[in-house]
Design a protein around this ligand. Structure first.
Ligand code: FAD
Ligand code: SIN
Length: 503
């Protein structure tokens, strides 16, 4: 039986949950999530959420400046202004809802951390499990209000779009008709062999929107995090053992990077693209599979400040209070996605997007650390506020033939069969790219023959990323081309957008 609601939200990370809380004030909301609530990048977030809440040492202007600088010329200034200004209020609301961030005897009462490319300490955190604290708080409030119908283990597979207007979506169990639909499906980094993302991050929302005719933007900009844990088993059983992030906050607390000769080789808190490339260079020079991260903290402080990292490393045979951490970069965050305005509106009527699947230009060519939770919080809320404008319209049931039965939920088997694609993306469309590597990737991706829906989505976003990376003949932010190593403002200080209609 098809279902009906006023606002359909697909995705239950920070953007989807925040959107649901706002949307539930205006009408009936259904929230679909492919995994269980908590299976999201949000839940895994470690470092924290950036907000200029310290009015003495910090200001929203400083936060604005740092964000713009990191974005390497491509930030939408209006969107950044909204992010930093409204972000302070959204974070305060989150605290009022019950989120517990670490406290200190400072102005504002919070222990604020420092991360790369921030001029000030402005990262609120809950130990190194900030995302879990936020997801728990928002999830609890969504359920407590009882106003949102949550459908876990339900995967959105196709948008219902006719004459450039969205009427809902088909999911693995049912068709859902709605007056407005908000995509909050998160990122794409599972398309890379080495990544920090949860299994659900397969770019579904972006692929669904693109297939339905929406514009996507900034697809070439993938952020690689410099420090993911490299453990001895990794090369034997890549698929079985999830990769694990070692938060930038570790470097923020004085952690240093050393090559295998014990030498420092980069400024640890430089922007992520610089640190990641320096690590790759160092690994190549020293013929090593990793560099080392050395913590300069007392064992008790390590356990208190980084309990999840300490415990996870210990489970994997490494005592970080005694030993250095072997680390290498991994794909981490996607700056591109479904093109939206600052109200989450996409190029398709009644279709909205927020969070990592959306691209409002907040992050430009490179995201400032700890700005993406804030992005989901601010623009999830704004998308829902803007979706309410559709509620005076009637629900329309359009017919769409689609075999949703071919959709599978993320499982180990799927991850195994995606290995070929992930290897192409890692080797050819990774931290350092060139026309040769990208051309080769495009040819190989064209030959991939996949039937599973998640794999199709991964292939769709992989092709778009590779195409955009090929088209952008310069280096900027997180996009580095060895054949065009310089930034070229004369020709390339612009966004690249793609749509199926224009292809
Ligand atoms: P997500 O939180 O990923 O949620 C996406 C949701 O969509 C999930 O519920 C998923 O199940 C659902 N979904 C996906 N596809 C479908 C489908 N087809 N149908 C139905 N549901 C679907 N950012 C920071 O600002 N600070 C940090 O400290 C930080 N640390 C991080 C650490 C790690 C390990 C990772 C991976 C990321 C980190 N980030 C951090 C980035 C940040 O966590 C994410 O960008 C952000 O949480 C994305 O939120 P989101 O709501 O857009 O997506
Ligand atoms: C981290 O803790 O290093 C991740 C922070 C982020 O991605 O913003």
């Amino acid at each position: 039986m098809p279902r009906e609601c006023d606002i359909l939200i697909i995705g239950a990370g920070i953007a989807g949950l925040r959107a649901a809380l706002t949307a539930s004030k205006y009408g009936k909301v259904i929230l679909l999530t492919k995994g269980k609530i908590g299976e999201s990048a949000t839940e895994k977030a470690q470092g924290g959420i950036a907000a200029a809440i310290d009015h003495i040492r910090d200001s929203t202007d400083f936060h604005f400046e740092d964000t713009i600088k990191a974005g390497a010329g491509l930030c939408n200034k209006e969107a950044v202004r909204i992010l930093v200004d409204e972000g302070v209020d959204r974070v305060k609301e989150l605290i009022e809802m019950g989120a517990q961030f670490d406290r200190a005897e400072t102005e504002g009462g919070f222990a604020l951390a420092l991360e790369g490319a921030h001029k000030q300490r402005r990262i609120l955190h809950a130990g190194d499990a900030t995302g879990a604290e936020i997801e728990k708080t928002l999830g609890y409030n969504v359920i407590k209000e009882g106003l949102v119908e949550v459908h876990p283990l339900t995967m959105g597979v196709k948008l219902l779009v006719k004459d450039n207007r969205c009427f809902g979506a088909i999911a693995t169990d049912e068709t859902y008709y709605s007056k407005a639909t908000i995509l909050a499906t998160g990122g794409v980094c599972q398309i890379y062999l080495y990544n920090t993302n949860p299994e659900v991050a397969t770019g579904d929302g972006i692929a669904m929107a693109y297939e339905a005719g929406a514009e996507v933007a900034d697809m070439e900009f993938v952020q690689f995090h410099p420090t993911t844990l490299v453990h001895s088993k990794e090369f034997e059983d890549i698929v079985a053992l999830p990769q694990f992030l070692i938060s930038e906050a570790v470097r923020g607390e004085g952690g240093i990077l050393l090559n295998n000769k014990g030498e420092r080789f980069v400024s640890e808190l430089a922007p992520r693209d610089i640190v990641s490339r320096a690590i790759v260079e160092e690994m190549e020079k020293t013929k090593s599979e990793h560099v080392f991260l050395k913590l300069e903290m007392k064992p008790e402080k390590i356990k208190k400040r980084f309990p999840v990292i300490y415990k996870t490393c210990l489970e994997r045979g490494l005592d970080i209070t005694q030993e250095m951490i072997p680390v290498a970069p991994g794909a981490h965050y996607f700056m591109g996605g479904i093109k939206t305005d600052v109200n989450g509106k996409t190029s398709i009527e009644n279709l909205f997007a927020a969070g990592e699947c959306a691209s409002a230009g907040v992050h430009g060519a490179n995201r400032l650390a700890s700005n993406s939770l804030l992005d989901g919080l601010v623009f999830g809320h704004r998308a829902a506020e803007s979706a309410k404008e559709c509620l005076s319209q009637k629900i329309q049931k359009i017919k769409e033939d689609f075999d949703a039965g071919t959709g599978k939920l993320g499982n180990k088997e799927l991850m195994r069969s995606s290995l070929a694609l992930k290897t192409i993306m890692w080797k050819n469309v990774g931290i350092v790219r060139s026309a040769e590597s990208l051309n080769d990737a495009l040819e190989k991706l064209e030959k991939q023959n996949v039937t599973d829906i998640e794999l199709k989505n991964m292939l769709c976003v992989s092709k778009l990323i590779t195409r955009a990376a090929f088209d952008r003949m310069e280096s900027r932010g997180a996009h580095f081309r060895s054949d065009y190593p310089k930034t070229d403002d004369t020709n390339w200080n612009k966004h690249l957008t793609y749509s199926k209609m224009a292809a």
